[in-house]
Ligand binder design. Sequence first.
Ligand SMILES: [Zn+2]
Length: 396
Amino acid sequence: MGVRRSFTFLLRPTARQAAALAACLEDHRQLYNVALEHRRTAYARAGVSVRYGEQSAELKHIRADDPDGQGRWSFSSQQATLRRLDKAFAAFFKRVRAGRAPGFPRFKGRGRFDTVEWPKDGDGCRWDSQPEHPTATYVRLQGVGHVRVHRHRPVRGQVKTISVTREGSRWFVVLSCDDVPAEPLPATGVVAGIDMGVASLVTTSDGQHLTNPRHLAASAGRLADAQRVLARKQRGSKRRRKAVARVAALHARVRRQRLDGAHKAARALVAAYDVIVHEDLRIANMTRSAVGTIESPGRNVAAKSGLNRSILDAGWGVFLTILAYKAESAGRKLIAVNPAGTSRTCARCGHSARENRVTQAGFACTACGHTAHADVNAAKNILRAGLALREPAEAA
Ligand SMILES: [Zn+2]
């Protein structure tokens, strides 16, 4: 059984290649903005939406008119950039149809466009382009050349897409691979429910608290501050440019910290449990905001603002995606359950009341007197709900 997985490696471009990578990224950014401008104008003047197919057909002319600029890069990578814009518009119209008032897709400023994708290995790009080299690994990128890769572990499966991402002054290549052989882990005979929270990303039904996102919370706070500073800067000023760069750098750091924490927690869970029951996030998001279980997340992670909180919240989706990949690869089973009531129901006697939840972290049943950490109590309820779903299916 094969799974889909991505591999990320640091690139070691020469100075000339680094300049070419920067030019490649910049041209793709401009292409994105030009195509966006085209769509905005058509929409504003005539109320028509321009389709991906028209913009892709236009590419031929753009390349022919600019052989030393846009014409240098892979046609397919440029199409991927146009498709990315198309996705942004699709999401925009979806929100409009849902009756919300979304912001129009925005132009990408310098430093706000950091990835170019080649949608197919062998088309304008080639992974392991110099296989005869005894020690080093290279990736060939059209217009850039054979770039050396710091391949710190083997790549398995079939390379499908190749992306290059800039992070500060460093460049990374990301390979998305299909048919990566699964690596089943030996059964442990242990099952767990997990509660996703703010003070800890994950709390298990047997009482473990995984990855305290204190560093993430600190970065999120700094990001919120930096965004407030940015809002006060005058358009076009040098100080504003510096503030924009700081916000972008903090965004990148938050992303990285969130990924690190999610990988760490998912690895630990998959190693320890055969079956992991978690909240169905689509339902959880609704009930959370209604019940307000994360309104006072404790002093450690003082959520300074709505923004701060939303940055922490967004981590759950990332975490579940990573957990799903790792679970599939390891042959573990995930079960999603409706989390309604799990935070106020007593895991010992089943009594359900809002008064059971005495503080953010404290649970004390008003019926049977059972006390527990609130997240552990919730995780136990989640586990029970998951096993209840599972048993009829297993018995059948
Ligand atoms: Zn009770």
